[in-house]
Design a protein around this ligand. Structure first.
Ligand code: SAM
Length: 204
């Protein structure tokens, strides 16, 4: 039976803010974490506003697990978190233990993931280092579940809308936020980089 979700958006944000992130991320894998504010917004949109986090949920490119752990807190019965990077999954595992939640962690390329889920939730690479990796993640999401929640750079909006339409999916809810990315990479000159992102709900 689906669990009743009782946490507020603010409580969720505080809880997710306590989880560890990688201190030395790999630039080639675009390992920038979602902020706890944006994570809580996406999870609330999915779990509270649309009631999409009750069954089986998968987080593609989970990194250190913020969205996957948040999906459990929001009431998903089962959550799988997938990332190609073993180091990220090791830290995600630690984070889940510290948060007291159960997630099935998988080290895998997104292209190798199999199964059927109710909902995909993800903050994928934006394709800035590996061209069209964002599109690869989206296409995989559509194969794995009927409903996807995904975060993308707002500057790619028109292009992604075309990709989504070609796959016979539609965006039925979207909101724009500022994502603060901590100073992690040498080309970041400020303490925080601020990127405009769109949070999508995509349905069949
Ligand atoms: C933008 S980060 C987001 C991390 C996490 N979802 C978050 O929001 O904090 C993208 C993640 O995708 C992972 N990744 C990159 N290429 C991948 C691939 N081909 N298959 C699976 N994961 C991949 C990276 O290791 C990284 O953790």
């Amino acid at each position: 039976m689906a669990k009743e979700q009782t946490v507020s958006k603010r409580q969720l944000e505080i809880q997710l803010g306590k989880l560890k992130i990688l201190e030395t991320p790999k630039l080639g894998l675009e390992q920038y974490p979602v902020s706890s504010e944006v994570a809580a917004e996406l999870l609330y949109m999915a779990g509270f506003e649309h009631r999409d986090l009750h069954g089986e949920t998968i987080d593609l490119g989970t990194g250190t697990g913020r969205l996957a752990i948040g999906a459990v807190i929001m009431g998903s019965m089962k959550v799988v978190g997938v990332d190609i990077d073993e180091r990220s999954i090791a830290l995600a595992r630690e984070n889940a233990i510290a948060a007291g939640v159960q997630v099935e962690w998988v080290v895998s390329d997104v292209d190798e993931v199999v199964g059927k889920y109710d909902t995909v939730i993800m903050n994928p690479p934006y394709g800035t280092r590996s061209p069209h990796l964002d599109v690869r993640f989206l296409k995989r999401a559509f194969e794995l579940a009927p409903i996807s929640y995904s975060i993308h750079k707002s500057s790619t909006r028109d292009y992604l809308r075309g990709v989504i339409a070609k796959k016979n999916r539609k965006v039925d809810d979207v909101r724009t936020m500022s994502l603060n990315i901590p100073h992690l990479f040498p080309f970041h000159h400020k303490k925080w980089e601020n990127v405009k992102v769109d949070l999508y709900r995509i349905v069949s």
